[in-house]
Ligand binder design. Structure first.
Ligand code: 5RP
Length: 223
């Protein structure tokens, strides 16, 4: 219910003629369905999906889609998150779409995050691991180096096999505990050859719309 509240509220920010980044996950699922309802009522938008799952959901529900080649600048992206700090730094990627999500977020004029309030934490790393997308060729070497950096590095699996992203890569979930210097950590992760992307989204989000037991809470990026 909290996810639905937040997801649907964010859909109200979308206006006619916009290029809209469509995030991935169970919260933004409600945004996509709300946008589809508005499209049926006449809203004219073009969506850029961040995953095959979102692409399928959008197409099935009648949202027109395109690519970054056609639309390299996005007016607004609405996406979920696994952790949100008071500065609106994020951990994303438990849904496995972090690489495309970061590419889309980076070219978006506005990044709006939707979540239930349990995702709002004082310090990143409090509950969630940081997902790291890795080239399969480099999996064991990256695993060893990440293992030296964090408390626990686990290869993500599905049905007993290594999880494969939409980009054909694997994911290592790294538990760091509280992350006090996220940009330093991001640079260290990115300096490992074979890392395709990491789930720290720093300084990118403008606003978080949180569903709470009492309704909606909006957190703006501090100026
Ligand atoms: C996918 C993500 C999701 O946005 C994140 O996992 C939140 O998902 P949910 O809304 O289902 O809790 O980063 O890669």
């Amino acid at each position: 219910m909290q996810k639905k509240l937040a997801g649907e509220k964010a859909a109200e920010l979308v206006q006619d003629g916009m290029i809209v980044g469509l995030g991935t996950g169970s919260t933004v699922h409600f945004t996509t369905l709300a946008l589809a309802r508005r499209v049926r009522e006449g809203l004219d938008i073009v969506g850029i999906p961040t995953s095959r799952a979102t692409e399928k959901l959008a197409v099935t529900n009648g949202i027109k889609l395109s690519t970054l080649d056609e639309h390299p600048i996005i007016d607004i992206t609405i996406d979920g998150a696994d952790e949100i700090s008071p500065k609106l730094d994020l951990i994303k990627g438990l849904g496995g779409a972090l690489l495309r999500e970061k590419v889309v977020a980076a070219v978006s004029k506005r990044l709006i995050i939707v979540a239930d309030e349990s995702k709002y934490v004082k310090v990143l790393g409090s509950r969630s691991p940081v997902p790291v997308e890795v080239l399969p060729f480099a999996l064991s070497t990256v695993m060893r180096q990440l293992g030296d950096m964090c408390n626990e590095a686990n290869l993500r699996t599905r049905d007993g096999m290594a999880y494969v992203t939409d980009n054909g890569n694997n994911i290592i979930d790294c538990r760091f505990g509280p992350i006090h210097r996220p940009s330093e950590l991001e640079s260290r992760i990115n300096s490992i050859p074979g890392v395709a992307e990491n789930g720290l989204f720093l300084g990118m989000a403008e606003r978080a719309i949180l569903g709470t037991a009492d309704g909606i809470r909006v957190v703006e990026k501090p100026t």
